[in-house]
Write a protein that binds this ligand. Structure first.
Ligand code: NDP
Ligand code: HSE
Length: 436
């Protein structure tokens, strides 16, 4: 059989990684797919620049629409990133009856509902395994491997750059900006790295995971998002002393009231496997009602690991070329006309435990005032840690761990604490999860 002809939009970290993996493993990939997979056209902004991959035999252009419109191209692989022109390119490919593979989580999280609807009308596939957790086949695992389960919750370290920064800061005492610059050099970071460090990239990925886990439409605007920029070495050290590690987690949970969707730094007991996932590695813990907890681990970013997922999608598309479009695996795991309207909970109604760090005047009655406020908001304490201040010092740090409490009650308590004359710095709060 003739090889399937592919057009590649983008020749950066993932684009070149994809060409390299297709070249290196071409024979095995063809044995799996049933046909060869050949990149015949590709685009980049600067086609003169030397690349980390061999481009012989590939038609190059600076206009990605040339690739989409190329009559020889049957599958378009979008590896540009961002939402425009990625959205227009994907829709143009679909309109021409071409299948699309993408690693672009921003595109899927923000425009996936529209793109999948168009794809379904045209009977084409849009595959996006590389969009979540780099090389880990987490989309396939949830969409197909766990299809018999009701998913109860999932929690993941789903941004490689953020995990790399937190790990290097903790283990080597390195500065935030220095580690971020290294993540950019290594090709892990987004074109705009604030997406990594402010949690936006993780929120894109959580949006996708929640849809395929719970059968809800993609709802990026409902994700509560906090990044890692305010995590200090001081809090990392206190957390360690109390038996916890701080990880940047995406959490999606079904509750009786609705679905929790949140991304934030989180204290996790250090004995949990996921608390020991370091560097650029990602991990996603998924709890199904039948299977129980399952954990998926692997490289969350980088050229080859991401290309592994892109090429797996290409193989899936090639295998499906001859299948009946009505009987393909649905884009969001559930049949498009069977998505549910379960509400996403406002953050005020989410319940978690908390780590709080307070900087207070070292004098009698301070702790009593704080515990009175907690009592008023029905917040119960699990642990209190107070550092003995130096003899001359008039200030002290107090660390408090609470049991689970409604976020709204905690917000009111923190506001009341802030107004105490004896509290001399903003309260630091980090949520905690036991992940049992
Ligand atoms: P790069 O920035 O390395 O590559 C982007 C490519 O797209 C470059 O070739 C660039 O051209 C081209 N490009 C950029 N803007 C435009 C534009 N406006 N019009 C046409 N072409 C353009 O990105 P990555 O390879 O890192 O990421 C690609 C996608 O994969 C993103 O969606 C990203 O989120 C996702 N992803 C990345 C991972 C990673 O580890 N890097 C992991 C998982 C997903 P030129 O080279 O000439 O500048
Ligand atoms: N910038 C992303 C990360 C790439 O660091 O996780 C992988 O999606």
């Amino acid at each position: 059989m003739k090889p399937v002809k592919v057009g590649l939009l983008g020749l950066g970290t993932v684009g070149c990684g994809t060409i390299n993996v297709l070249t290196r493993n071409g024979d095995e990939i063809a044995r799996r797919a049933g046909r060869g997979i050949e990149v015949v056209a590709a685009s980049a902004r600067d086609i003169q620049r030397p690349r980390d991959c061999r481009l012989e035999g590939i038609r190059l252009t600076t206009d990605p629409f040339d690739v989409v419109n190329d009559p020889e191209v049957g599958i378009v692989v979008e590896l540009i990133g961002g939402t425009s022109p990625a959205r227009e390119l994907a829709l143009a490919a679909i309109a021409q009856g071409k299948h699309v593979v993408t690693a672009n989580k921003a595109l899927i999280a923000l425009h996936g509902n529209e793109i999948f609807a168009e794809a379904q009308k045209r009977g084409v596939m849009v595959a996006f395994e590389a969009a979540v957790a780099g090389g880990i086949p987490i989309i396939k695992a949830i969409r197909e491997g766990l299809a018999g389960n009701r998913i109860l919750w999932l929690a993941g370290i789903i941004n490689g750059t953020g995990n790399f920064i937190l790990t290097e800061m903790r283990d080597k005492g390195r500065e935030f900006d220095d580690v971020l610059a290294e993540a950019q050099r290594l090709g892990y970071a987004e074109a705009d790295p604030t997406f990594d460090v402010e949690g936006i990239d993780a929120a894109h990925k959580l949006t996708i995971l929640a849809s395929i886990a719970f059968g809800i439409p993609l709802q990026f605007d409902k994700v509560y998002t906090e990044g890692i920029t305010r995590v200090t070495r001081e809090d990392v050290a206190y957390a360690a002393e109390l038996g916890y590690r701080i990880k940047h987690l995406g959490v999606a949970r079904q509750t009786d009231q609705g679905i929790e969707l949140r991304v934030h730094p989180t204290l996790i007991p250090h004995r949990r496997l996921i608390a020991n996932v370091d560097g650029v590695m990602n991990a996603v813990l998924v709890k199904g009602d039948a299977v129980g907890p399952t954990l998926y681990y692997g490289a969350g970013a980088g050229a080859d690991p991401t290309a592994s997922a892109v090429v797996a999608d290409l193989v899936d598309v090639v295998r499906a070329l001859t299948s009946d479009p009505e009987n393909r695996v649905p884009h969001l795991a559930f049949q498009a006309d069977a998505l549910s309207d379960t509400p996403v909970l406002p953050m005020e109604d989410v319940q978690t435990a908390f780590y709080l760090r307070l900087r207070v005047q070292d004098k009698p009655g301070v702790l009593a005032d704080i515990t009175r406020i907690f009592g008023d908001e029905r917040i119960s304490l699990e642990a209190v840690l107070q550092r003995e201040p130096d003899e001359q010092a008039s200030e002290a740090s107090v660390i408090l761990l609470t049991h689970k409490v409604r976020e709204g009650n905690m917000n009111r308590a923190i506001e009341a604490i802030r107004q105490l004359d004896t509290v001399i710095a903003p309260v630091v709060r980090i949520r905690m999860e036991t992940l049992k």
